[in-house]
Structures are given as structure tokens and as C-alpha cells.
Ligand binder design. Structure first.
Ligand SMILES: N[C@@H](CCC(=O)N[C@@H](CS)C(=O)NCC(=O)O)C(=O)O
Length: 260
């Protein structure tokens, strides 16, 4: 049995799959996709993931993508320990939390583009900016990138993203006042999806996760991050978090600007 994970160190979606793999004790081969070099848009990578994003998991030669559905697949194929509740109502709750995490991810992504990617994109020539945007396969993402290369998000747009963050954190605070984990009594994919988002919100807007105002979310973050899988995935000093370590890249992948 072989599992090969194409992922990027700090990407929230990559962390979700690394968490699930480690919760299940599954060993995997790590292949780094350097987003800052647009390796995710390289034709060789697009053959594995036509959406042009990380992560992608290759299981015995079969490529599967989209963090949430990868994690559901892992739970189907490697059911022990389970990461989804058996009870239908709790499973529904788990799914609406993973949906919430996906909604929040759109806002997180825009904020991350503004904070990190904007300056890197600004360094490209106009021709390379055009080439880059044209290579993005999913129209909605292409439009976001176009927005970034054309100057980026306005203060008003960023404030709207921050409102989304506040909405998500308040929703989690209310849930965690009722149950120890987001989907109920047991740790699940809901916690895996949301911890990566809440962690990133804490990096971008620390005031929104202040323990004084959201004590339940703060205590839950400690509970999740105390698990061995999360201790590893959120450790800033591992190979998985640093930018690509030498010798672990997608073999033969060029760095941008390559022929697209
Ligand atoms: N949740 C979706 C979205 C993945 C996603 O947006 N990944 C980001 C990193 S967290 C990415 O690859 N970004 C590259 C880009 O924006 O071009 C999935 O897992 O496929």
C-alpha cells in the first residue's frame, strides 16, 4: 500500500489531510508543492489535480483531491480509528462544520493572498502575471487571482472577510459551550477542518480568538493541539511546515515562469 501526499507546508487544506493521516497512523511519502513558485499550476501537477490546488493524495497510483473529500475517503478506506460519528444527527453536524470550514476558507484565502502573496505577485512582470492568471483552471479562483494581480483587496473587502471570521468563531463558541468537540462527544473531521481555519484566523486576527472573549474556542484549540497528530502538524519546526526541504520536491518540476 502506498500513500503519496502532494502538499504545501503552511496551507490550511494540506494540514487537514496531514492531520487525518496522522490521526490514523498512516505513513505517507511527502512531496512538496511550492505555491510561491506556482508549482500547483505546472502541467505535470494539473494531471494529478485538475483544480490546480494542494493537497492531492495518491493512493496506490490513484490521485484524489479536495481536502475534505480526501479525508472522507481515508475514513472509508482506513476506518480505524473512525473520524466521523456513526450517529446520523452527529454526522450531519460534522458535515455542516466541514462546510462551515470551507466557507471560512474562502475568506481566509483572500486574507492570506493579501498578507503574503500580494508582494510576491507584484514582483512578476506584467506578461508573467497574465500567464499566471490564464493558467488557473477554476474560474472563481482565476477571478480571485486577477483581483490580486490588479492591485488586491480593498480595506472594505478585507473587513468583510473579517466579519466572516467573527461569524465562524462565534458559531464555534456557541457549539463548544454545548459539546466538547464540534460534532458532539467525539473528535472528528469537523475538528480537523476547523482547527486549521481557527489557527490561521488567530495568526491573521489574534483578537478574534482572545481566550477572554471566546473561552470555549480557546479551550478547544488547546484540546485539539494536545493530540499527537496536531502537535506534529502545528509544530513550526518540522520539515512539513518549513518551505520545501531539499530533495523532496515533485521530481523534475521547474519553477515559474515555466511553459504553461
Ligand atoms: N479545500 C479545497 C481548496 C484547496 C485550496 O484552496 N488550496 C490552497 C492552499 S490552502 C491552494 O492550493 N492555493 C493555491 C492558489 O490559490 O493558487 C481543496 O482542498 O481542494
Amino acid at each position: 500500500m502506498s500513500l503519496v501526499l502532494y502538499h504545501s507546508g503552511l496551507s490550511t487544506c494540506s494540514k487537514q489531510v496531514r492531520l487525518a493521516l496522522r490521526e490514523k497512523g498512516l505513513a505517507y511519502e511527502s512531496r512538496y508543492i511550492e505555491l510561491w513558485r506556482y508549482e500547483n499550476l505546472h502541467p505535470d501537477y494539473l494531471k494529478l489535480n485538475p483544480n490546480g490546488v494542494v493537497p492531492t493524495l495518491v493512493h496506490d497510483g490513484q490521485a484524489i483531491y479536495n481536502a475534505l473529500t480526501i479525508n472522507e475517503y481515508l475514513d472509508d478506506v482506513f476506518p480505524d480509528p473512525p473520524l466521523r460519528p456513526a450517529d446520523p444527527a452527529a454526522r450531519w453536524n460534522m458535515r455542516q462544520w466541514t462546510w462551515t470550514a470551507d466557507m471560512l476558507h474562502l475568506a481566509v484565502q483572500d486574507m492570506t493572498y493579501a498578507a503574503v502573496l500580494q508582494s510576491k505577485v507584484d514582483d512578476l512582470t506584467d506578461a508573467d502575471k497574465e500567464k499566471l492568471v490564464a493558467a488557473i483552471p477554476v474560474p472563481d479562483r482565476r477571478a480571485r487571482w486577477r483581483h490580486t494581480v490588479e492591485g488586491g483587496f480593498s480595506e472594505k473587502e478585507l473587513a468583510e472577510r473579517e466579519e466572516m471570521f467573527a461569524w465562524g468563531i462565534a458559531k464555534a463558541e456557541a457549539q463548544l459551550a454545548e459539546t466538547p468537540w464540534l460534532a458532539g462527544d467525539d473528535f472528528s473531521l469537523a475538528d480537523i477542518s476547523m482547527i486549521t481555519i481557527v489557527h490561521r484566523i488567530g495568526e491573521i486576527r489574534p483578537a478574534l480568538v482572545d481566550p477572554a472573549t471566546v473561552p470555549q474556542v480557546a479551550a478547544w484549540q488547546c484540546r485539539v493541539k494536545d493530540r499527537p497528530a496536531a502537535r506534529f502538524v502545528f509544530d513550526p519546526n518540522t520539515d512539513e511546515v518549513r518551505s520545501r526541504p531539499a530533495g523532496k520536491s515533485l521530481a523534475g518540476l521547474e519553477t515559474f515562469p515555466y511553459e504553461l
